[in-house]
Design a protein around this ligand. Structure first.
Ligand code: NCD
Length: 330
């Protein structure tokens, strides 16, 4: 299996790499349940979480994952970073990389931010914690660990994902993962919230939620990504959206006894999901949150394991070069 240098998206991972990360995450669940939640795996490693978009689950779980594996973890958010003073993303990235972290975890509203920074920061492993509507690989690994716990394997199962497919990096990453791991995807949304040619991912497309439910093994609900929504008329009103695409206990009955419910959070109760489902035994939403810490431990451990200890910063001059330069000025 090829060693992982960065984690940009599900698109770059092989089936073996995905399964390795999920299985390693599985083995870390136990540490998080112990009274003393600490292992020495990442002692001496430094992780910087750089978040330009809001986050509760992802940022906290990356922080806990690093700390529980004994790494030093620093968190920076857009409002407290120098980008709010006009510094470019690249300068911020190079500044942080000069402090020699092993891993930089980045969330940004622009698709491709991580690949862009990785091209310039040679010696730092980069993890995508969500880039615009592009990818969210650690959420999908989290979900796959949740499915592993529920069923053993997702292969042959049907996931029905419902809501703002157009703007959801979670939906996109699941569509990519499903092809690699052999689960079926049904996408359900009004036409205004569906990307054009979504069928090319090999999924079934529904506009009527009730028609998509029979035969579903998991119903995966999505929030409307208002922060990325440019079309003010994507749906008539929240009430009508809830009527057509909201999940409640009555509607869920059509999916059959064993169907489970997932949501990456944050939930908007009364919009895409009702409390009678969110708080029911069918809901695996808090399991997803728990597994998010374990999977991020697996990602950090894998990336740190594969990186050299000594990392010169590119463009930094050696003391001899500095003396030489000073000499030529005298
Ligand atoms: C998702 C995200 O940020 O893409 N949330 C998450 O990471 N848990 C989904 C969302 O914001 O709706």
């Amino acid at each position: 299996m090829e060693a992982l240098k960065h984690l940009f998206g599900i698109a770059d991972l092989s089936k073996e790499q995905i399964e390795h990360l999920v299985n390693l995450g599985d083995s870390f669940i136990d540490i998080n349940r112990r009274p003393i939640k600490k292992a020495p795996t990442l002692r001496g490693k430094t992780i910087i979480n750089l978040f330009f978009e809001n986050s509760t689950r992802t940022r906290t779980s990356f922080e806990l994952a690093g700390k529980r594996l004994s790494a030093d973890v620093i968190n920076i958010s857009a409002s407290t970073s120098a980008t709010s003073k006009g510094e470019s993303l690249l300068d911020t990235g190079q500044t942080l990389a000069a402090m020699q972290p092993h891993v930089l975890v980045i969330r940004h509203s622009l698709a491709g931010t991580c690949e862009f920074l990785a091209e310039h920061l040679e010696h730092t492993a980069i993890v995508n914690a969500g880039d615009g509507a592009h990818e969210h690989p650690t959420q999908i690994l989290t979900d796959l660990l949740t499915l592993k716990q529920a069923w053993g394997s997702p292969e042959g199962k049907t996931m029905t994902i419902v809501g703002d497919i157009s703007h959801s990096r979670v939906a996109r990453s699941h569509l990519l993962a499903a092809k690699k791991l052999g689960y079926h995807m049904r996408v359900v949304a009004p036409k205004t919230l569906l990307p054009s040619e979504v069928e090319r991912y090999g999924c079934e497309v529904y506009h009527n939620f009730d028609e998509a439910l029979p035969g579903s093994d998991v119903v995966y609900m999505l929030r409307i990504q208002t922060e990325r929504l440019t079309d003010a008329c994507a749906f008539p009103s929240i009430r009508e959206y809830h009527e057509a695409y909201g999940l409640n206990a009555k509607r869920l009955k059509a999916a059959g006894e064993d169907c489970i419910v997932m949501h990456p959070g944050p939930m908007n109760r009364g919009v895409e999901i009702s409390s009678d489902v969110a708080d029911s035994l069918k809901s695996h939403i808090l399991n997803q949150v728990e597994h998010g810490v374990a999977v991020r431990m697996a990602v950090l451990a894998t990336l740190c394991g594969g990186h050299p200890e000594e990392k010169p910063v590119s463009k930094k001059k050696s003391s001899d070069e500095v003396k030489q330069a000073q000499g030529s000025l005298l």
